[in-house]
Design a protein around this ligand. Structure first.
Ligand SMILES: [Zn+2]
Length: 225
């Protein structure tokens, strides 16, 4: 069942965690103001060892991450918004809401989303790799977009990045997080499990996230006189 999170703004400035049930809203927010669009969009890709090595060889830095520290931060942020940190995932704390429901979108292409965030002034300001939380061989590519001055990507990283950004992903989650301590709203697009298959939908963004269907088999029937 396709689920979409209510786009209303809560009292604390976060996006509502209820599912939209009627005219795109939850029962509590038939007319509330909309949650703010993101100040920062972080796009993350799960990579296997080979794909990650191509990027480190091209000059993309592998950073370290303190998982305990991250868990503490997300738990505190959830509690500050009076939210259950383990509502969606038992093994990791979340303070935000999965915009497309707990199952996310399936078989997604991302080209349209990258074009649309660029049109709205978000530019690439940071790119790095992180270890994967569960799989010691895998890595996570992190691309951070916001208004500002675009960074230069090492030229030899351009082709492997095009390949990653142009692929189809079996599962994509978009998380809308509450404002952080500085008041910035960060949305995260998690691209999981690359798929060698045609896309079923495109991720779209015009200040709000949408699933745009791809009509792969439209049959035109012409009536004959
Ligand atoms: Zn709501």
């Amino acid at each position: 069942m396709y689920a979409y999170a209510c786009p209303a703004k809560t009292v604390g400035g976060a996006r509502c965690r209820n599912a939209a049930v009627r005219e795109g809203r939850c029962h509590e927010h038939p007319a509330a103001a909309l949650a703010s669009p993101p100040d920062v969009v972080i796009v993350k890709f799960n990579l296997n060892e080979r794909a990650a090595t191509r990027l480190t060889n091209a000059g993309i830095i592998l950073q370290s991450v303190d998982w305990q520290e991250r868990e503490k931060k997300h738990t505190a942020q959830a509690q500050a918004h009076d939210r259950q940190p383990h509502r969606y995932r038992t093994d990791v704390a979340d303070s935000g809401v999965p915009v497309f429901g707990p199952d996310g979108l399936n078989d997604v292409s991302l080209g349209r989303m990258f074009r649309e965030i660029a049109e709205r002034g978000y530019v690439l300001v940071d790119i790095h790799l992180l270890p994967h939380r569960k799989n010691q061989w895998a890595k996570v590519l992190v691309m951070i977009f916001k208004e500002g001055t675009s960074m230069d990507v090492p030229p030899s990283a351009a082709e492997p990045l095009r390949n990653i950004m142009g692929a189809v992903y079996g599962v994509v989650h978009v998380w809308a997080n509450p404002p952080d301590k500085a008041g910035n709203v960060v949305h995260t697009v998690n691209c999981i499990t690359r798929r060698d298959a045609p896309p079923r939908c495109e991720l779209a963004f015009y200040n709000e996230w949408f699933e745009a269907p791809i009509w792969d088999a439209v049959e035109v029937v012409t009536e004959q006189a």
